[in-house]
Design a protein around this ligand. Structure first.
Ligand code: EPZ
Length: 421
């Protein structure tokens, strides 16, 4: 089994390039199901989740050719030969974002049979918003043997309200609506940049969409869509993770190919904590000078502080001076990393949805287990700050969402190696 060995004590210096965003690439690849013809994607991150989705698309009869480049890859997809509309449990189990094929299959085929994704380490992760929205658009749904079967001759536009903003819920229903009969309004929609990136791709394909990036998105159904080519936007969560890596290890790093406007909440919080950030139009110079101050964080839908950076923030607050309170409002079980951080000597108390972190003088390396994607990043950061070796298992989580994170950190001077034991 592969493990990461991280030895703290070396500060980071140099420059690193942020890869394309996993959570933009996944819905955009799913959108190729909406119409035949050749799509080309550039700046595609080489990630396990991307290869899983490409496998699923190929299973549906789609032609896909992933050609790895130097630091990212080019992906060509042609879904003209789409021959199936079923996403199997085997593939959906590996990656819940496979549910994103539901909307485009309903829009193009009028039928879909997709395995329910099931829960994951961070929460139950229901998809009731996705299903209710499709029903409002006229789909007939049947749930059996762990699959949702959806049918509709042609979807009709509808007025859909999300109880809470849902990223993939907004994405799935936006894709279902682009060729529906009439107008669809998505109220309390997600405003994440990855949702906007998908919407911009759909507009390039000929879709009529207004309100991207706001809480009300309206879509006027069209009859035909065309294939297009798209560059995947930079991954704001990877960028935030690297900013926090400097906060953990110390040093000075230039983070390139980033969209600072996607990180306003993170930049302002890290500045309050005492990290020095010089922001330019597509790069951020990060410098650590002295101990961080403790701060309070509450995760919220975009443009609030992202839940996907909560665990990483907790890692750096373990060594900040004073008490920090981190409240997780998005997922009900996203503190699995607390027990692992305690193994490194962190002092953290969990009260309901909040974790209270008392800064300690130092952390000491130990064996730890990653439980989910962002928890694995959190443990790497904690290892960068700890004395002695931290041995991290559960790397399958890390490799799902970060392109060569260990290699990028090693290139910045971190003492980090991947061993096969
Ligand atoms: C997306 O997940 C991201 N994944 C997650 O990133 C991210 O943490 C999350 O959005 C929140 O920003 C992808 O984009 C592939 P939600 P998603 O629907 O869409 C509830 C990572 O680490 N809800 O926005 O599944 C849900 O339980 C991953 O890259 C319902 O109740 O999240 C949660 O409390 C982890 N019913 C809240 O809404 C539904 O039908 C927000 O979830 C859908 C969601």
């Amino acid at each position: 089994m592969e493990r990461l060995i991280v030895k703290g004590g070396s500060s980071l210096k140099g420059r690193t390039r942020i890869s394309g965003a996993k959570n933009a690439a996944l819905p955009m690849l799913a959108a190729t199901l909406l119409t035949g013809g050749e799509f080309t994607f550039t700046n595609v991150p080489m990630l396990h989740d991307v290869t899983t989705l490409v496998m699923l698309l190929k299973d549906l009869g789609v032609d896909a050719d992933l050609s790895p480049g130097s630091s990212s890859c080019v992906l060509r997809i042609d879904s003209s030969s789409l021959s199936k509309y079923e996403a199997s449990y085997e593939l959906v189990r590996q990656m819940r974002a496979s549910i994103l094929v539901l909307g485009p299959l309903m829009a193009r085929e009028g039928q879909a049979r997709v395995s329910l994704p099931g829960g994951c380490a961070i929460g139950a992760r229901p998809i009731d918003f996705h299903l209710k929205g499709l029903e409002l658009m006229g789909a007939k749904l049947k749930l059996e043997e762990g699959y949702v079967e959806a049918k509709a001759a042609r979807l009709n536009g509808a007025h859909i309200y999300f109880d809470v903003p849902s990223v993939t819920g907004t994405e799935n229903l936006m894709m279902a609506a682009v060729t529906a009969r009439g107008k669809t309004t998505l109220e309390n929609a997600a405003r994440e940049p990855e949702v906007t990136a998908l919407g911009n791709m759909l507009r390039k394909m000929g879709a009529k969409i207004k309100g991207l990036g706001t809480e009300t998105i309206s879509i006027e159904g069209v009859r035909y869509l065309n294939p297009t080519e798209c560059d995947i936007i930079p991954d704001r969560i990877e960028a935030g993770t690297f900013m926090m890596a400097v906060a953990a290890a110390g040093g000075k790093v230039l983070i390139e190919d980033v969209i600072p406007g996607h990180l306003d909440a993170v930049i302002s919080k890290l500045r309050v904590a005492g990290l020095h950030l010089d922001v330019d139009n597509d790069r951020i110079l990060v410098k650590k000078r002295g101990k961080l101050k403790s701060i309070d964080i509450k995760t919220l839908p975009y443009p609030g502080f992202p839940t996907d950076l909560q665990a990483q923030m907790m890692a750096i607050m373990c060594l900040a001076s004073g008490l920090s309170v981190i409240t997780e409002t998005i997922f009900e079980n996203r503190f699995m990393h607390v027990a692992e951080l305690r193994r490194l000597g962190a002092e953290i108390k969990v009260e309901g949805r909040s974790a209270i972190i008392r800064g300690v003088k130092g952390l000491k390396g130990a064996q730890v287990m990653a439980t989910d994607l962002r928890a694995s990043a959190c443990l790497v950061l904690a290892g960068l700050a700890a004395k002695g070796p931290t041995i991290i298992s559960g790397l399958q989580h890390l490799d799902r969402g970060y392109e060569a994170m260990d290699k990028k950190l090693a290139a910045l001077g971190a003492n980090i190696s991947r061993v096969n034991e």
